[in-house]
Design a binder for this molecule. Structure first.
Ligand SMILES: Cc1cc2nc3c(=O)[nH]c(=O)nc-3n(C[C@H](O)[C@H](O)[C@H](O)COP(=O)(O)OP(=O)(O)OC[C@H]3O[C@@H](n4cnc5c(N)ncnc54)[C@H](O)[C@@H]3O)c2cc1C
Ligand SMILES: *[C@@H]1O[C@H](CO)[C@@H](O)[C@H](O)[C@H]1NC(C)=O
Ligand SMILES: *[C@@H]1O[C@H](CO)[C@@H](O)[C@H](O)[C@H]1NC(C)=O
Length: 706
C-alpha cells in the first residue's frame, strides 16, 4: 500500500489538538469537487483530489452562474466576468410556430441580487477552479490533483479509498464528488439507488453568435446581448443563451428520450449524437429555428440523457460525505446543478472549518447534511416542475428565482454551524445582545470555558459599624427578609474592593463598593431560613461587570466613579457620578496585623452568604416585572470555586463614612439612593480594615431563592 504525499496512514490516531489540518480526499474534480477543494484548502486542510479522467477537453456547454452560486465563487476570489462570462439580461419565449409569446427584461429583477446572474462557459469555469485549487498562490496548502485515478471503492469508517490500480489511499475524511454515476454513493446507507432516465435527453452544442447574426432568418434571435431564448412545444424545447462575452450561443435541446435502456444507464453523461436526429426531433418547428439548429457543428454535437434519481435517505456515513450530483443528481431545468454543487462545497468548508479535529468529522458531516439536504432536494423538485411537459400551465421561468437566488450558503451554513456549536454547550450563559451568541463574562469565555482567577488579586477596604435595625429594614425589597435579632441595634458595612489581573477583563480590573447589611434572614416559601448579608446596592466603575452581574447574578449594580488613595497609614475612597462626589470613606492609622487572624469574607463574619434581589421590568408595562426574586451566594460554595487567600491585613485606628445626597440636579439618577445611604446612622465603629489577597471567585454559586 503506498501513500500519497501529505497523507499519513494513522492521522486519526496521531492527531493532537494543536494540529488543525485534516487530510481530505475528494473523489472527482468536477465543479463540485474543485469548489470543495478550494473551500477546504482555505480552511488549512491538505486536500487530495482523485480524478478518473485526464481532462480531455470538454466540448461546449455553458452554465448559469446564478446569484446564489456566483456569490460563493466570488468568496473564493473567482470573478467569472474575468472568464468572459456575460450577464443574463433578458428572456424571449417562442412557440414552436415561431410566434413570440413574451419577452422579459431582467434589468429590474437583476437589481435584487447582490451578485450578478452570469452565463459562463463550463470549460472556462472548470479551468479556473482547477487553477485556483492547485495554485501555489492563495490561502492554504495547494491542492494535490491526481489525474487518471479512478476510485472503485470507499470505506466510510476507515476513510480509505481503493483505486482501480488496487492502491489504497487513506485520509481523515472522504468526499464523494464523483457525479451522477458516483461510486462513493455505495458507501452511504440507501446508496444503492440508481439514477434513472427522466424520459428526456438533451442535445448540447455551441454556435458562434456571429454565424447566427449573419443569417437573415436567424438574426432576430441573437440581436440582444445576454438574452436567453426558448422555443416550446408540448414535450420538447430548445434553450439558447450566450456565453463567452456574448460570442457563442449555447444550445440545450431537451426532448423525449429514445426508449433505449442502454443509453439511459450508460456511464457517460455525454455521448456523440447525430445531427440528423436533432433536426428530425424539431422537424415540426418553425423554419427559422430549423435553420438555427442546422448551424450546429455535427462533430461536436453531444446528447445527454437527463437522469433523475430518488432522493437518497442520507448523504453521509461516518467519514464519508457526498456532494453535488453524487448526492443529488440534477435535472438542468433550473440551471442550478453546478450551483448546488458549489453550495454543498461552501457548506462543507463551513462545517470542516479550521480547528476541526479528526474525531469530530462524523458529526460535522451529519451537520453538513442537515444544512444542505432540504434545499438541494427542493431545488431538484423545482427543476422537475420546471421541466415537466407543458399542458395548460404556462411556464414561468422566474417562479422559483427568489428561493434559488435569495440564499448565500456561506452565511446560512455559518449561522447554522454557530447555533449548533452553541447548542452543544447547554451551560453557556446568554445575555443581551443575543444576536451574537453567548456572552463572554467573568464566568465563561466565548467558548463557555470557566475563567482562571486564582492569580487575580483583591484589596478590600471595609468599615463595619453599629447602626439602626428599624431604618435598615426599610431597604428590604420583600417581606421574606428580616433581621435575625429582635434588637434595634444592627450591623452594617461599607466595603470597597479593587480587583486586578482579571482574565475576563483582559488582565485589567475594576472597583466596586457596596452597603452590606449583616444579620439578615430570608424565610423561604418552604419555611427554611437562610442566614446572610443583604446587599441593597453595589456600585462599580466599569460597565462589563455591571451588566453581567445584574443579569446573571441578579445583583443591584450601578455605575459610579470610584477613586482610591492608598498611603502607608491611610486610605481614602471617593465615590461620584459625572464629577458630583457623593461618598467618602476614610481609614486612618493602618497597622498590619497577622493575616491568619482575620477572615477575608466581605464583611460577612458569621453570615452564610450574600442576599440580593433581582428585578427585571417588563417592556411596555409599567410597574410589572418579568423577573422578580431574591438571590443568594453561599460563602461556603463560593470559596470552593476559587479559594481566596488572604495575604495581608491592616487594621485602622479610626475610620469614617460620609454621604452627601446633593440634589436631583447633581445626581439625577442616584439622588434617591444616596439620600437613603446618607440617612444611615453611624453609631459606633466596630472595625475598619484593609485586606489584600489572591484569588477572586466568579460568584458562579449565586442562585435564585424562591
Ligand atoms: C448540458 C448540461 C448543462 C448544464 N447546465 C447547468 C447550468 O446551467 N447550471 C448549473 O448549475 N448546472 C448545470 N448543469 C449541471 C451541472 O453541470 C452539474 O449538476 C454539476 O456540474 C455537478 O457537479 P459535480 O461536480 O457534482 O459532478 P460532475 O460535474 O459530474 O463531476 C464529477 C467528476 O468526478 C469524476 N469521477 C466520476 N467518477 C469517478 C471515479 N470513480 N473516480 C474518480 N473520479 C470520478 C468525473 O470524471 C468528473 O470529473 C448542466 C449539466 C449539463 C450536462
Ligand atoms: C438556512 O437556509 C435554509 C434553507 O435552505 C432555511 O430554511 C434556514 O432558515 C436557514 N437557516 C438559517 C439559520 O439562516
Ligand atoms: C439560620 O439561623 C437560624 C437561627 O440561628 C437557624 O435556626 C437556621 O438553621 C439557620 N439556617 C441555616 C440554613 O443554617
Amino acid at each position: 500500500m503506498s501513500l500519497p504525499t501529505g497523507l499519513s496512514i494513522n492521522s486519526t490516531v496521531d492527531s493532537d489538538i494543536h494540529s488543525t489540518s485534516l487530510n481530505v480526499i475528494i473523489i472527482g474534480a468536477g465543479i463540485g469537487g474543485l469548489a470543495a477543494a478550494l473551500f477546504l484548502r482555505r480552511q488549512g486542510h491538505k486536500v487530495l483530489i482523485l480524478e478518473q479522467s485526464r481532462f480531455a477537453s470538454e466540448t461546449g456547454a455553458a452554465l448559469h452562474l446564478t446569484p446564489n452560486s456566483n456569490g460563493l465563487l466570488r468568496r473564493l476570489g473567482l470573478y467569472a466576468e474575468e472568464l468572459r462570462a456575460n450577464l443574463m439580461e433578458g428572456m424571449a419565449e417562442y412557440d414552436s410556430k415561431g410566434n413570440l409569446i413574451q419577452r422579459t427584461e431582467l434589468s429590474v429583477q437583476n437589481e435584487l441580487w447582490q451578485h450578478p446572474w452570469l452565463l459562463v462557459h463550463r470549460v472556462h469555469l472548470h479551468e479556473e477552479l482547477k487553477r485556483l485549487a492547485i495554485s501555489a498562490d492563495g490561502k492554504g496548502i495547494p491542492v494535490e490533483l491526481r489525474l487518471r485515478s479512478r476510485v472503485t471503492q470507499v470505506d466510510p469508517s476507515a476513510s480509505t479509498v481503493v483505486m482501480e490500480s488496487g492502491e489504497v489511499v487513506r485520509g481523515d475524511v472522504v468526499i464523494g464528488a464523483d457525479g451522477v454515476h458516483s461510486k462513493a454513493r455505495a458507501g452511504v446507507p440507501g446508496g444503492d439507488v440508481k439514477p434513472k432516465s427522466s424520459g428526456k435527453r438533451a442535445f448540447r452544442f455551441l454556435i458562434p453568435r456571429e454565424t447566427v447574426l449573419e443569417n437573415s432568418k436567424t438574426v432576430q434571435f441573437a440581436k440582444k446581448e445576454g438574452e436567453l431564448v426558448m422555443w416550446f412545444d408540448k414535450d420538447r424545447r430548445v434553450i439558447m443563451y450566450p456565453c463567452d462575452s456574448n460570442r457563442q450561443l449555447n444550445f440545450v435541446c431537451i426532448c423525449p428520450s429514445i426508449k433505449d435502456e442502454e443509453k439511459n444507464t450508460g456511464d457517460e453523461w455525454s455521448s456523440a449524437a447525430s445531427k440528423d436526429e436533432l433536426l428530425e426531433v424539431y422537424a415540426k418547428f418553425d423554419e427559422s429555428l430549423q435553420t438555427l439548429l442546422n448551424m450546429a457543428d455535427a462533430e461536436s454535437l453531444k446528447v445527454w440523457e437527463l437522469l433523475d434519481m430518488d432522493i437518497l435517505p442520507t448523504w453521509v456515513n461516518d467519514r464519508l460525505g457526498l456532494l453535488g450530483d453524487a448526492a443529488h443528481p440534477f435535472l438542468p431545468h433550473q440551471g442550478q446543478g453546478a450551483g448546488c454543487a458549489i453550495e454543498d462545497a461552501a457548506a462543507l468548508g463551513v462545517v470542516l472549518q479550521s480547528g476541526v479535529t479528526p474525531d469530530e468529522i462524523p458529526e460535522r458531516l451529519q451537520l453538513y447534511e442537515t444544512i444542505r439536504y432540504q434545499r438541494a432536494n427542493r431545488i431538484q423538485e423545482y427543476s422537475r416542475i420546471a421541466g415537466a411537459d407543458l399542458g395548460e400551465k404556462k411556464l414561468n421561468m422566474m417562479e422559483f428565482a427568489a428561493y434559488n437566488f435569495g440564499h448565500d450558503e456561506w452565511d446560512n451554513a455559518t449561522n447554522i454551524f454557530r447555533r449548533w456549536s452553541w447548542a452543544r454547550k447547554p451551560h453557556l450563559y446568554w445575555r443581551m445582545p443575543v444576536s451574537f451568541g453567548p456572552m463572554p463574562g467573568p464566568r465563561q469565555t466565548f467558548e463557555g470555558r470557566p475563567r482562571k482567577a486564582d492569580h487575580s488579586t483583591f484589596t478590600t477596604t471595609s468599615i463595619k459599624f453599629k447602626t439602626s435595625r428599624t431604618l435598615l429594614q426599610n431597604l428590604f425589597p420583600s417581606t421574606s427578609f428580616r433581621f435575625k435579632s429582635p434588637g434595634t441595634v444592627a450591623y452594617a458595612s461599607f466595603s470597597q474592593t479593587t480587583l486586578h489581573n482579571m482574565e475576563w477583563l483582559g488582565g485589567s480590573g475594576y472597583k466596586h463598593m457596596g452597603l452590606y447589611i449583616h444579620g439578615v434572614q430570608y424565610v423561604q416559601e418552604s419555611g427554611e431560613v437562610l442566614n446572610g448579608t443583604f446587599l441593597p446596592v453595589l456600585f462599580e466603575n466599569l460597565a462589563d461587570p455591571i451588566v453581567s452581574g445584574r443579569e446573571e447574578l441578579g445583583m443591584p449594580k450601578l455605575l459610579c466613579s470610584l477613586d482610591v488613595w492608598r498611603r502607608e497609614k491611610s486610605v481614602r475612597i471617593q465615590a461620584g457620578w459625572q464629577g458630583a462626589i457623593f461618598g467618602n470613606l476614610v481609614l486612618k492609622g493602618l497597622q498590619e496585623v497577622d493575616a491568619g487572624v482575620d477572615k477575608a469574607s466581605v464583611g460577612g463574619e458569621d453570615d452564610e452568604g450574600i442576599f440580593a434581589y433581582k428585578y427585571i421590568p417588563s417592556v411596555g408595562e409599567r410597574g410589572k416585572a418579568d423577573v422578580e426574586h431574591a438571590t443568594f451566594v453561599p460563602h461556603a460554595e463560593e470559596s470552593k470555586v476559587v479559594p481566596s487567600k488572604v495575604l495581608r491585613v491592616y487594621k485602622a485606628q479610626d475610620a469614617s463614612v460620609s454621604f452627601d445626597p446633593l440634589d436631583w440636579e447633581a445626581l439625577p439618577t442616584l439622588h434617591h439612593i444616596i439620600s437613603r445611604l446618607a440617612e444611615i446612622p453611624f453609631c459606633e465603629l466596630v472595625s475598619a480594615k484593609v485586606v489584600e489577597g489572591l484569588g477572586v471567585s466568579d460568584v458562579s454559586s449565586a442562585r435564585r431563592i424562591d
